[in-house]
Design a protein around this ligand. Structure first.
Ligand code: ATP
Ligand code: MG
Length: 372
C-alpha cells in the first residue's frame, strides 16, 4: 500500500506548442481512489502515464510510497495498469493470462498459483480458469484483465477508462465490482474516465481537469455542491447547470434578467454594479406551489422531455432570451409556449466571477458545505 504524490508536474511533448500538463499538485492517500475526469484531450491519460512511468515528467516530481520515481522504470514502480483495451493473449488460458507477468518475474510456482487462485476467487473467475479469452463475455474478459493486475499485488492500481469498451449494462455492473474490489483490497488507485456517473460513484476524491489544469480536487459531493469554477459547475451534473448573467445590486442582492433578483446578502456587500455569472442546477427548480421556499420565476416553455422518472422542461426566463432547463417530477406536464411558475430552491444558486469563472462566495441557505 502506498501514497502517491504529484508535485508541480508539467508535461510538454516535443513538437507540441503548448503544455499538456500545466502544473498539477495532488497528494493521494494510502488506499484512496482518485478519479481523474475531464473532456477529451485535457491530459488525463498523460498524467496517468507519467505516474506509470510510460511518459517522461517534464518538470516537477512524482513520488510513490514516499520515493521519487521520476527516473524509475515502469517495472520498478510496483504499479499495475488496466487499460480500456485489455489485450489478453488469445492463445492462452485465463490462468496463463493471469499468471503471465508473474512467470516473467520467475516467482515460485506455488506462489503464482496462490495469487492466481486468490484473484480468481475475488473476481469469481474460478470456473473459467482453463478457458480461452474468446470463450468469455466482455465483462469476464475485463475481469481477467483486472485479475492480471491484482496478482501482481501492486502498491498502486492505474486505470485508464477500463470500462469504456463495455455496453452500458455491463459497465454499471463492473463499476460496482471495481468499487467493491478497491474497498476490499484498499489499494491506492488512480482512475481515468470521462463518464460522470462512473466518476461520482467510484471516487473517494475527484480531480476535474481542463486543458492540463486541475480545476478542482474534492469529494464528489464537494465538487457537486461547491463547484470551484463555471467549468466544473457545467461539466458535473446532467443536464448541465444553468448559467445566467447577473449584476450585484445594493445590499448584495443580485439582479437577473427579466426583473428577477436574488435576495439581499447573496453577494458580498459593497460590490454593487459588479457583473456575475449565476449558476442554478436544473433540479433546483420546482413547480411553484409545492411549498418549497425560494425565489419565484416564470419559465416560457419551449419543449418538455418526459424521461419517465423525470421531465426535463426547456424554456426561457419569461421576457428574456436566457435559456433554462428545469428537472421536474415525471408526472409534470408542460406545453410549448406555456408560462410555467417555478421556484428556485432557496440558496441553491452559485455565484462566479465573470472574468476568471471562479466561484465567488458561498451561497446562503440550503446548500450547506459538506463536512470536509
Ligand atoms: N505522444 C504524444 N505526442 C504529442 N502529443 C500528445 C501525445 N500524447 C498525447 N498528446 C496530446 O496531449 C494532449 C492530452 O492527451 P491525453 O491523451 O492525455 O488526453 P486525455 O485527457 O486522456 O483524452 P481522452 O479522453 O480523449 O483519452 C492532447 O492534446 C494530445 O493530443
Ligand atoms: Mg485518455
Amino acid at each position: 500500500m502506498a501514497t502517491v504524490d504529484i508535485r508541480a508536474v508539467r508535461k510538454t511533448y516535443p513538437g507540441l506548442p503548448f503544455e499538456v500538463i500545466k502544473g498539477i499538485d495532488c497528494a493521494i492517500a494510502d488506499g484512496e481512489l482518485l478519479v481523474m475526469l475531464g473532456p477529451s484531450g485535457c491530459g488525463k491519460s498523460t498524467l496517468l502515464r507519467m505516474v506509470a512511468g510510460l511518459e517522461r515528467i517534464s518538470q516537477g516530481e512524482i513520488a510513490i510510497a514516499g520515493r521519487v520515481v521520476n527516473d524509475l522504470e515502469p517495472k520498478d514502480r510496483n504499479i499495475a495498469m488496466v487499460f480500456q483495451n485489455y489485450a489478453l493473449y488469445p492463445h492462452m488460458s485465463v490462468y496463463a493470462n493471469m499468471s503471465y507477468g508473474l512467470r516473467i518475474q520467475r516467482l515460485p510456482k506455488a506462489e503464482i498459483d496462490r495469487r492466481v487462485r486468490d484473484a480468481a476467487a475475488i473476481l469469481e473467475l474460478e470456473p473459467f480458469l482453463q478457458r480461452k479469452p474468446r470463450a468469455l463475455s466482455g465483462g469476464q474478459r475485463q475481469r481477467v484483465a483486472m485479475g492480471r493486475a491484482i496478482v501482481r499485488e501492486p502498491d498502486v492500481f492505474l486505470f485508464d477508462e477500463p470500462l469504456s469498451n463495455l455496453d452500458a449494462k455491463l459497465r454499471t455492473q463492473m463499476r460496482v465490482e471495481i468499487k467493491r474490489l478497491q474497498q476490499r483490497l484498499a489499494t491506492t488507485s488512480l482512475y481515468v474516465t470521462h463518464d460522470q456517473v462512473e466518476a461520482m460513484t467510484l471516487a473517494d476524491r475527484l480531480m476535474v481537469m481542463r486543458d492540463g489544469v486541475a480545476e478542482q480536487i474534492g469529494t464528489p459531493m464537494e465538487v457537486y455542491t461547491h463547484p470551484a469554477t463555471v467549468f466544473v459547475g457545467g461539466f458535473i451534473g446532467a443536464p448541465a447547470m444553468n448559467f445566467l448573467q447577473g449584476e450585484v445590486a445594493e445590499g448584495g442582492a443580485v439582479r437577473l434578467p427579466g426583473g428577477v433578483a436574488l435576495p439581499a446578502g447573496t453577494a458580498a456587500p459593497g460590490q454593487a454594479g459588479r457583473p456575475v455569472t449565476v449558476g442554478i442546477r436544473p433540479e433546483h427548480l420546482a413547480p411553484a406551489g409545492e411549498g418549497v421556499p425560494g425565489l419565484p420565476v416564470t419559465l416560457t416553455v419551449d419543449l418538455a422531455e418526459a424521461l419517465g422518472a423525470d421531465t426535463l422542461v426547456h424554456g426561457r426566463l419569461a421576457g428574456t432570451d436566457t435559456s433554462l432547463i428545469a428537472r421536474l417530477a415525471g408526472h409534470v406536464q408542460a406545453r410549448s409556449g406555456e408560462a410555467m411558475a417555478l421556484t428556485v430552491t432557496d440558496g441553491a444558486w452559485h455565484l462566479f466571477d465573470v472574468e476568471s469563472g471562479r466561484r465567488l462566495a458561498d451561497t446562503v441557505g440550503r446548500l450547506a458545505k459538506p463536512a470536509a
